[in-house]
Design a protein around this ligand. Structure first.
Ligand code: ATP
Ligand code: MG
Ligand code: MG
Ligand code: MG
Length: 471
């Protein structure tokens, strides 16, 4: 089943259950200054859940574009390492605003998965919140899931496990238990059921999270029952597609295979399994959709999230041997895959490509120089990267720290992050003292002035600062 069909079946199913189909909102939340980027389907409905906004419907369904590349939910470091994480993904969701609750939500999810998408019930495992007997009983007695495949999970405080089945919007406000649905990809893949010591593996993959907003937590931490409890669910489209297309990894689904082939075409890579191709395919989606939604690469905030994603992709291209601009050419391929579902992408694709190309040109030369500095330093000390060099790469060559960390991780090199922070602090102090020709932290490469003038001269931050001061 293709991605387009998966989306359509989801929306149609919930429409048949009385839900209004609502369009995906922008990646830049319009109503929430505390959140940088939309990271789930509920974001556009936050005020409705809080009772501060009303809609002409009490049931809604969406396919929401999401980015998790910073803040509380950051999956940037997972891309290229797990089978299931992207920076950009599509979340299928259904929502009840004080209308139906646990019983219907669970029944709808089960019906859709097993009767519409035809997933074999015996491959599904569910979790419930440790205290949520109501959800447990629905799964056990009404749906008939065998008890060995219903797992009670706590709120993870003080536990070494990542699973967390208690959801909260913030420290105060709506909160409540979750129930999650996992698909078992089979014993030949490493991993264990949720709540087990091997849960971080990719055998049991979480496909759907159903959140039951049941309480309102006040300032004192006391939980009050909400008069009209709500439902918020989210299912990763790509994870469901992997199941329906009988592949394990999200990166093996139709949409991603085409993007990976395009990335191979543009970089000259021949091994389609190459991790860097996955990273590039992931990042072209995130970068393009952020630009569609009005963000441009820059030194802070949204712009810096975008810049980090683009530069990381370019570094992976460089690793594959591509030193010329290539990333922007993938926008056409992305448009073929996703332009129909997202007309805003089709409309903006030229602007997206131009923005990417400009950033590629800006970073191309410093990437090349920076990599030489890095290699020279690693030739001296192959197991550690000192903070001063990492800071130099950051400050003069425009390497975001996570990009340098990504290189270190793949080569099993220890990165001195404390040393990086110290170098940054030192430069801050120096620029506070003033001095003509000095540059602020995070300043961009500006051409000749900061050109590489010899490795030893640039190794220590104090000398870097001196170099700036001398213009
Ligand atoms: P995981 O534990 O696998 O990181 P999660 O619990 O963080 O997932 P939720 O916050 O519950 O995810 O989001 C709801 C659904 O969105 C998940 O069940 C999953 O299908 C999907 N999803 C979450 N994060 C990603 C991601 N980075 N890439 C692709 N799909 C995702
Ligand atoms: Mg997660
Ligand atoms: Mg999870
Ligand atoms: Mg979850």
């Amino acid at each position: 089943m293709k991605s387009s069909e998966i989306r359509e079946k989801f929306l149609k199913f919930f429409e048949s259950k009385g839900h209004t189909i609502v369009r995906s909102s922008s990646l830049v939340p319009g109503n929430d200054p505390t959140l940088l980027l939309t990271n789930s389907g509920m974001v556009q409905f936050k005020d409705v859940f809080l009772g501060q906004d009303t809609r002409p419907y009490t049931r809604a369904t969406t396919v929401q574009r999401c980015v998790r590349a910073g803040g509380k939910h950051n999956d940037l470091e997972n891309v290229g390492y797990t089978a299931r994480h992207h920076t950009f993904f599509e979340m299928l969701g259904n929502f009840s605003f004080g209308d139906y609750f646990k019983r219907d939500a669970i029944n709808y999810a089960w019906e859709l998965l097993t009767k519409v998408y035809m997933l074999p019930a015996e491959k599904l495992t569910v979790t419930v919140y440790i205290e949520d007997d109501e959800a447990y009983d629905i799964w056990a007695n009404e749906i008939g899931v065998p008890k060995e495949r219903i797992i009670r999970i706590g709120d993870n405080k003080g536990s070494r496990y990542a699973s967390d089945n208690f959801w909260q919007m913030a420290d105060t406000g709506p909160c409540g238990p979750c129930t999650e649905i996992f698909y078992d990809h089979g014993a030949d893949i490493w991993g264990g059921p949720p709540g087990s010591a091997e849960e971080d593996g990719d055998r049991f993959i979480e496909i759907w999270n159903l959140v039951f907003m049941q309480f309102n937590r006040d300032e004192a931490g006391v939980m009050h029952k909400l008069p009209k409890p709500c439902v918020d669910t989210g299912m990763g489209m790509e994870r469901l597609a992997a199941v329906l297309q009988h592949v394990h990894s999200n990166y093996e689904i139709d949409l991603f295979q085409n993007l990976i082939k395009a990335a191979a075409r543009e970089t000259g890579a021949t091994d389609l399994e190459n991790k860097s191709l996955r990273v590039i395919a992931d990042h072209i989606r995130a970068a393009s959709f952020l630009i569609v939604d009005g963000i441009i690469p820059g030194p802070e905030s949204h712009g810096y999230v975008l810049r980090r994603i683009i530069r990381r992709a370019l570094r992976h291209g460089h690793k594959l041997g591509q030193t010329k601009a290539f990333f922007y050419k993938l926008v056409e391929d992305l448009n073929i895959e996703m332009g129909q579902a997202y007309p805003e992408l089709a409309e903006a694709k030229d602007r997206v490509a131009q923005t990417l190309k400009a950033e590629e040109e800006r970073f191309g030369e410093t990437l090349e120089h920076g990599m030489k500095i890095l290699e020279a330093q690693l030739a001296k000390d192959p197991k550690n990267l000192d903070g001063a060099t990492a800071f130099l790469l950051y400050d003069t060559y425009g390497f975001p720290l996570d990009l340098t960390a990504d290189i270190c991780r793949e080569r099993e090199i220890t990165l001195d992050e404390a040393g990086f922070a110290a170098a940054m602090e030192e430069q801050r102090n120096n620029s506070r003292k003033g001095g003509k020709g000095q540059m602020a932290v995070g300043v961009e490469y500006t051409g000749e002035k900061n050109k590489f003038v010899g490795y030893d001269q640039l190794l220590h931050t104090s000398k870097v600062v001196a170099l700036y001061a001398n213009g």
